[in-house]
Design a binder for this molecule. Structure first.
Ligand code: ADP
Ligand code: MG
Length: 723
């Protein structure tokens, strides 16, 4: 075995990992590391609790005296949990979370310290904003940003063997108050949704429902590979995906992995990750193998959108940290392995009232059916009117490998309704909602829906946006991305649709028309003009591409095609009207998305070049050297050297192809592509990506020719199948 070769030692190390499983009593540990409402209620003076509760449930502004009292309770609770420090935990526009820890200590008169934490420290922090993406919002002379406590998402404790930290969920803004994070627009769009849905409920004759809020449950897909392989792959370390790697002889063809029995070490990992999440109050529920070898999924029970988004970030963090304890690495990238199924984060979304009503739940009685039809139609209209934003909010260099590539869902945004709902909608469009395939409509224009299957096989996995019983599932969201932008977009566009449908409903009612007829008219009219967004067929098929074009639906296959759809007059106006994002905030976010795209591809391009030059070419050359020696010696001995010569020629040709492709990539990497971020991004999109593709193709070809013990990288076969 050649000395430079690490693969076999990696595999040997994998064999030695022992897994431990410790049983958990879920109800006992659930939420023990979160400051739950119950704990707060039990510890706060009654009057203070009442004030705080108003802020939490009714989103009323928080009074400073209340904050002082809450801060003390929070600090005492955290100290009991062994915390020495606190941090404002926030979500800058990197898609990750950020934290800056401060200890609770304050000097006392006697030269010692005491633990202190004030309402002011709880409510507001001042991290330096200069190192976070701001898309031009922050003038360089004003580097400060601030974080503001979000009392609607519970504080929690993050443990480390050397101590614990109290984490306080916060929003993050520039000094002028412009949002620089994921949380602020979720909160603002949630308020907008509550306002318009409340009005709609009033028009529909519903009262006493409380607040309306979005509910979200995200199914997180991920890969696990052994960390020995990970450390031997600079591409995974630098870019979170493999930039090289030939397709293994066995992939997912046998379909033996999906829902298969979970390997023991993996199951141990899952159990521990779940236990940590339970302790943090994250209600995880489902675990299973996914389609690709080495791919898995974890899903929680849905929560209010804001809390679900925080918990989603925590889930990603806990998955990554826990995997390490089992000698595994958790890969959250959308496409860590080419030619193998990628990972998504199906984002299930609905609207609920604080009184417990799901607005997308088809009801049992005629009235709740009217309500359901109204709100479900609003979602269809929202998707129709704002395909552009839905496409933008999932656009990234990583997700480009899924959307619009050979894998689903397609880049075309459409809605799957299922056959039965389609039947109902089509009758409403034709103005004769009187009968249905199953059950039928009772009474004149008063629809009773057939029982819509909640978990039936009536599932279309090829649709990016599907109605699944009592919620919509946005499937195009990428596995590594923050869900804050998709949630913000969903809340805002549905608020927009509800708002205009409410205007129409009000106008109908003003004519003195009864409620059922009015809803029927409005819903029928809206569906008629938006129904071409509904598609219940196979989203992967070529015929859908043609059909979608005929219907005039957007089909932006890449991030660089999609991003220009963001900062447009329509969208500035939309986000401003609902007070979700200002003109400047939209502009800054659009800028950041382009910047991130450029940086990602730029790093991938450099890493590809570097690995090819310093790892792959040298490995191939060593093998060539050996082949040349064999050919020469066999010739000298007068033996037939045709076999060695044929191998030598193939490898040598492959090396020539690789170095030629590398020269081109080197040239494109060195080229800056202009001064501004848009032209740089355009350059990497047009020139670096194809050049990387050629280097990879040549290298992957060589992987199939070069002696196994000369190949410097763990292969797909190793990484996906050695568990
Ligand atoms: P799938 O069949 O798509 O894999 P799962 O049952 O695994 O479905 O996941 C469905 C997700 O949808 C879960 O996270 C669940 O909590 C969430 N969900 C269910 N109802 C709602 C709702 N009303 N609003 C938001 N999310 C919901
Ligand atoms: Mg799903």
């Amino acid at each position: 075995m050649s000395k430079h070769y690490r693969r076999f030692s990696s595999i040997a190390a994998v064999r030695d990992v022992a897994a431990t499983v410790s049983p958990v009593d879920i109800p006992k540990i659930f939420g023990e590391n979160t400051l739950t409402l119950e704990t707060l209620k039990a510890r706060l003076p009654k009057a203070v609790w009442k004030e705080l509760k108003k802020t939490i449930t009714d989103h009323e502004p928080l009074n400073e005296d209340v904050a002082d009292v809450v801060a003390v309770v929070m600090k005492d609770w955290a100290l009991e949990k062994g915390a020495s420090h606190y941090t404002h935990w926030f979500q800058p526009l990197t898609g990750q979370t950020a934290e800056k820890h401060d200890s609770f200590i304050t000097p006392n008169q006697g030269g010692g310290v005491i633990a202190e934490f004030s309402g002011k420290e709880l409510i507001q922090g001042e991290p330096d904003a200069s190192s976070f993406p701001n898309g031009g919002l922050r003038a360089t002379f004003e580097a400060r940003g601030y974080t503001a406590w979000d009392p609607t998402s519970p504080a929690f404790i993050i443990e480390n063997p050397n101590g614990s930290t109290l984490c306080i969920p916060t929003a993050y803004a520039s000094w002028k108050g412009e949002a620089l994070d994921g949380k602020t627009p979720i909160l603002r769009s949630g308020d907008a949704l509550n306002r318009v849905a409340g009005r709609a409920l009033g028009l529909l004759g519903d009262s006493g429902y409380g607040r309306v809020y979005a509910t979200v449950g995200c199914e997180q897909e991920y890969f696990l590979i052994d960390q020995e392989f990970y450390y031997a792959r600079p591409d995974l370390i630098q870019t979170n995906r493999t930039l090289f790697g030939a397709k293994p002889p066995k992939g997912q063809e046998l379909e033996d992995h999906y829902f298969g029995s979970i390997p023991q070490r993996v199951l141990s990992f899952m159990m521990e990750a779940e236990r940590e999440l339970y302790r943090l109050g994250v209600p995880v529920k489902t675990r299973h193998n996914e389609v690709a070898p080495g791919q898995y999924e974890i899903a929680p029970i849905f929560e209010s959108a804001n809390v679900a988004a925080d918990h989603q970030q925590l889930t990603m963090t806990v998955l990554k940290n826990t995997a390490r304890k089992y000698g595994l690495v958790c890969l959250l990238h959308e496409k860590p392995f080419a030619g193998v199924n990628g990972s998504g984060k199906h984002t299930n979304w609905s609207m609920s009232t604080t009184s417990g009503l799901n607005l997308l739940e088809p009801g049992e009685d005629p009235h709740s059916n009217l309500r359901f039809l109204f709100f479900a139609t609003a979602v269809i209209k929202a998707v129709h009117d704002h395909q552009d934003l839905l496409r933008v909010c999932i656009a990234s260099a990583a997700n480009d490998h899924r959307l619009g590539a050979n894998e689903a869902p397609p880049a075309i945004i459409s809605v799957f309704t299922g056959e039965q709902l389609a039947d109902v909608f089509e009758q409403l469009i034709n103005g004769s909602a009187k009968s249905s395939k199953r059950g039928g409509f009772l009474g004149l224009g008063s629809p009773v829906l057939p029982n819509l299957p909640k978990h039936a096989g009536d599932r279309n996995r090829t649709s990016p946006f599907a109605f699944t019983g009592n919620k919509f599932e946005f499937r195009a969201v990428g596995s590594s991305q923050s869900v804050s932008f998709p949630i913000t977009v969903l809340n805002t566009i549905v608020a927009d649709a509800i708002s205009s449908m409410s205007d129409a409903l009000e106008a109908e009612r003003d004519k003195g028309v009864d409620l059922e007829t009015a809803v029927g008219t409005v819903v029928g009219r809206v569906l008629k003009s938006t129904y071409h967004i509904v598609f219940n067929g196979d989203g992967y098929s070529q015929s859908w591409q043609t059909e979608a074009a005929k219907r005039g639906l957007l089909n932006k296959k890449s991030t660089m095609e999609a991003l220009p759809l963001f900062a447009t007059t329509k969208n500035f106006e939309l986000f401003e009207r609902f007070k979700v994002l200002s003109h400047a905030e939209v502009e800054s976010r659009a800028e950041i998305l382009v910047e991130q795209y450029f940086k990602t591809i730029n790093i991938e391009g450099e890493t590809t070049e570097n690995m090819a030059r310093t790892m792959i070419v040298p490995g191939v050359v060593r093998y060539l050297n050996e082949l040349v020696a064999v050919v020469e010696r066999t010739k000298a001995l007068g033996l037939d050297s045709s076999g060695a010569l044929a191998t030598l020629t193939a490898v040598n040709d492959g090396l020539n192809d690789l170095t030629k492709a590398l020269a081109e990539l080197g040239k494109q990497n060195a080229e800056l592509g202009g001064d501004d971020i848009h032209s740089k991004a355009g350059h990497v999109y047009r020139n670096v990506i194809p050049a990387m593709g050629k280097v990879r193709a040549a290298a992957d070809q060589l992987e199939k020719l070069v002696a196994d013990d000369y190949w410097p990288l763990p292969t797909y076969r190793d990484m996906l199948f050695v568990r």
